[in-house]
Write a protein that binds this ligand. Structure first.
Ligand code: GLA
Length: 334
């Protein structure tokens, strides 16, 4: 089996823009965009479908059934198309009895569902935490799905999504997840993004090759449109900060904007070579916080081949001036 997630996974997820309004045609068009507009070459790999893809009930054999109106040719057809473009295909389920939008979850169906996903050619599973039985053991059920995916005979990246419940940075790596959501859902505005960014500063050390802290899908380029859109959306500079911070912290880069519509400046940002190189640095070292000062934070991060990166992040919406000395960064000034 392949070793997955040696560096932070990169891709696209339907939820931020499309929410429940997903279908085959949209997914194929997004897949085409990823190839034609340079995202694949920039490193984006997984095309992931989120909640609301199935019928409301399982079939008589207990199998999940793709909604035939949304996916008239079924999921293997979509997977084959995605694979034909040199990309990988991701799907979604939930550790509870229902998904967050009320579709069937995988609780007590873990091995059956993992086998079904593998038979369709799925390469990635996002696994949510709604409708989890109150007397159940959440950690244990994530372990069960990790085992089910490994037993499926296919390399399937396990993207656990329990929103930071039970301090996942302490155990998700050990149960076999490759990434884990550490926060509640992002909204396309600066307060939401800044709250997520600051909430994870204490958890950087758990981030390493094989399993990464997922601060949620990017809203870069959404411009207030879509399912988690907000008329008071981020400015271009705030989107720049979001992308830079996700890259600096080696968070998975899952794009959430409608790639058929994003403007040139956002395409350039999402494909920023140096930031992506930082995100994908093979040593996967966490940032070190040098200083917090008047609303901004200074970090240094060691990279492979003797390079290091300096990150200065202002979590306020007004400008600040930052001063950093070489001594603080641990290097001689002359
Ligand atoms: C939860 C997750 C989101 C998304 C929705 C789907 O809220 O955190 O990322 O998957 O469920 O219903």
């Amino acid at each position: 089996m392949a070793i997955l997630a040696q560096t932070p996974p990169m891709g696209f997820n339907t939820w931020n823009t499309f929410g429940p309004n997903i279908n085959e045609q949209m997914l194929l068009e997004i897949t085409d965009m990823i190839v034609e507009q340079g995202y694949r070459d920039a490193g984006y790999e997984y095309v992931v479908i989120d909640d609301c893809w199935s019928l409301r009930e399982r079939d008589e054999d207990g199998n999940l059934v793709p909604d035939p109106e949304k996916f008239p040719h079924g999921m293997k057809y979509v997977a084959d198309y995605v694979h034909s473009k040199g990309l990988k295909f991701g799907m979604y389920s939930c550790a509870g009895t229902r998904t967050c939008a009320g579709y069937p979850g995988s609780f007590d169906h873990e091995f059956q569902d993992a086998r079904l996903f593998a038979s369709w050619g799925v390469d990635f599973l996002k696994y949510d935490y709604c409708y989890f039985p109150s007397n159940g053991d959440g950690k244990q059920r994530y372990l069960v799905m990790a085992q089910a995916l490994r037993a499926s005979g296919r390399d399937i990246l396990f993207s656990a999504c329990n929103w930071g419940s039970h301090e996942p940075w302490n155990w998700m790596r050990s149960i076999g997840a490759h990434m884990y959501r550490s926060t509640g859902d992002i909204w396309d505005n600066f307060p939401s993004t800044a709250a997520i960014m600051t909430s994870q500063m204490g958890n950087f050390n758990a981030n390493a090759a094989g399993c990464f802290n997922d601060m949620d899908m990017l809203t870069v380029g959404m411009g207030g449109q879509g399912n988690v859109g907000d008329s008071n959306c981020n400015t271009y500079g705030e989107y720049e900060m979001q992308f830079a911070y996700w890259c600096f912290c080696a968070a998975p880069l899952m794009m959430g904007a409608d790639l058929r519509k994003v403007g040139e400046e956002y395409r350039t940002l999402l494909q920023h070579k140096d930031l992506i190189r930082l995100n994908q640095d093979p040593e996967c070292r966490p940032p070190y916080k040098v200083r917090k000062d008047a609303g901004y934070h200074v970090f240094v991060r060691h990279l492979a081949d003797g390079e290091f990166a300096i990150g200065v992040f202002n979590f306020h919406q007004d400008p600040r001036t930052a001063e950093i000395t070489f001594a603080e960064l641990g290097v001689p000034a002359d």
